[in-house]
Design a protein around this ligand. Structure first.
Ligand code: SAM
Length: 265
C-alpha cells in the first residue's frame, strides 16, 4: 500500500532545515520551493538538503557575482569570496585599455570566474580549462562551449594563446592535504577531491601555474591566484621566484586574499 506524503507547510520546512543546521533556513526554503515542480518533489528536495547535500547541487545553480552559475553533483561550488579575485581581474583588464582582452580562467571549475568576466566585459576573449571532466562538462554550460578545454593546466590550452594572454586567473586548489578532513562536509563529501587538494602545503598547483605563466602571458600580463592570509607570503614568493612581480591584496568584506603578479614589460 502506498503511503501518501503529507505536504509540509512552509514553516515546517524552515523548521526542518534549521534543525539540520541550515543557517539561512528561510532563504533555503524559498529556493527549494522555487526549484520543485510538485509537493512530492519539494519533499524530496528538502530530504536531500536535510541529509547534507549542498543547496546549490539540489537546485542546480549557484549565485556568483550576480549570475546563476550551473552546478552539478561533484563539482566545486563557486565561493562568494572568489568574487574579489574576479573584481581585481576585471579592473586590470579594463585598465589595460585593450578592446578585447584575452582572459584565461585556468582551473576553471564551473567557469564561474570566466562567466563573470564575460558578463562585465562582453568583448573579452575568455578561455577556460580544467583537468576534471565533470567540471569541464559544467563549464561548457556556463561559457561558450568551444572555449572550454580539458587537460592538465596549460596542456589544455590552444597553442595560439601562447604569449598573448592579458589576464590569467587561477583559483587552483590550495587546501593542504592534511587539512581536507577538517573542511565542512559539503566540500569534503560532495566536491571532487581534485578541486580541493593542493598537496602538502596547499601550493603545489600554484607552483606549477606560476612556473608556466610567463610563457602564456604577454609581456606585462597579469596572473591572479586566490590564496589564504597564512599562505599569501609563500604564494607571493613563488611568483617572485619565477620572475613575476607580486603584490598581495586582501578584502575584509569578501574575507578573501589574492596574489596579483605581473610579468616584465
Ligand atoms: C578550488 S576549485 C576552483 C574552481 C573555480 N575556479 C572556482 O573558483 O569556482 C579548483 C579547480 O582546479 C581544478 N584542477 C585541479 N588540478 C588541476 C590541474 N592540474 N589542471 C587543471 N585543473 C585542475 C579542479 O578540477 C577544480 O575545478
Amino acid at each position: 500500500m502506498d503511503v501518501a506524503i503529507t505536504p509540509s507547510t512552509p514553516q515546517d520546512i524552515v523548521t526542518r532545515l534549521r534543525s539540520a543546521g541550515c543557517v539561512f533556513a528561510e532563504d533555503e526554503a524559498s529556493l527549494l520551493a522555487e526549484a520543485a515542480e510538485s509537493p512530492d518533489e519539494l519533499e524530496s528536495l528538502v530530504r536531500r538538503r536535510v541529509a547534507g547535500e549542498p543547496l546549490e547541487v539540489i537546485v542546480g545553480w549557484a549565485e556568483f557575482a550576480g549570475l546563476r552559475i550551473v552546478v552539478e553533483p561533484g563539482v566545486f561550488v563557486p565561493r562568494y569570496r572568489t568574487r574579489f579575485l574576479v573584481e581585481q581581474a576585471i579592473a586590470l583588464a579594463a585598465e589595460g585599455g585593450g578592446e578585447c582582452p584575452v582572459v584565461v580562467d585556468l582551473c576553471c571549475g564551473t567557469g564561474a570566474m570566466g562567466a563573470a568576466v564575460l558578463a562585465t566585459l562582453p568583448r573579452a576573449e575568455v578561455y577556460a580549462a580544467d583537468i576534471d571532466p565533470d567540471e569541464v562538462r559544467v563549464a561548457r554550460r556556463n561559457l561558450p562551449a568551444d572555449r572550454v578545454f580539458e587537460g592538465d593546466l596549460y596542456d589544455a590550452l590552444p597553442e595560439h594563446l601562447r604569449g598573448t594572454v592579458d589576464i590569467l586567473v587561477a583559483n587552483a586548489p590550495y587546501v593542504p592535504t592534511g587539512e581536507i578532513a577538517m573542511m565542512p562536509s559539503e566540500a569534503r563529501d560532495h566536491e571532487n577531491r581534485v578541486a580541493l587538494d593542493g598537496g602538502a602545503d596547499g601550493l603545489d598547483i600554484q607552483r606549477r601555474v606560476a612556473a608556466g605563466a610567463s610563457e602564456w602571458l604577454r609581456p606585462g600580463g597579469y596572473l591572479l591566484v586566490e590564496t589564504s592570509v597564512r599562505q599569501a607570503p609563500t604564494s607571493a614568493s613563488i611568483f617572485e621566484s619565477r620572475g613575476i612581480a607580486a603584490r598581495v591584496e586582501h578584502s575584509e568584506d569578501f574575507d578573501a586574499t589574492v596574489v596579483i603578479g605581473r610579468t616584465a614589460v
